[in-house]
Write a protein that binds this ligand. Structure first.
Ligand SMILES: [Zn+2]
Length: 92
């Protein structure tokens, strides 16, 4: 029997066939360099933030802890039965 050898990117945890591929994958992930709070709702933590990355691009992220769903629209009927409440359906 031959063992299967693969390498795992420490950041995204994806398996790669070679060490070089895993290293390339690791280098491809950008850390956030700053955070800008865009919106607060109930609770201490921001509901919506924008992260700035080293390449100069900014991306928006929305909390996914279930608390933000109050009063939001439902994405589709099946979501009602998942036990998570309503899904956020806003611009991303
Ligand atoms: Zn990776």
């Amino acid at each position: 029997m031959a063992p299967l050898i693969y390498y795992k990117c420490p950041i995204c945890k994806m398996a790669r066939d070679t060490f070089d591929d895993a290293e390339r994958c690791e280098r491809s992930h950008l850390p956030a360099v700053s955070v800008r709070e865009l919106e607060y709702r109930l609770g201490a933590y921001p509901f919506r933030v924008a992260l700035l990355f080293a390449d100069g691009k900014e991306r928006e992220y929305i909390a996914d802890d279930g608390l933000f769903m109050i009063g939001q629209e439902v994405e589709n009927a099946d979501d009602k039965n998942k036990g998570y409440g309503k899904r956020y359906k806003g611009p991303r």
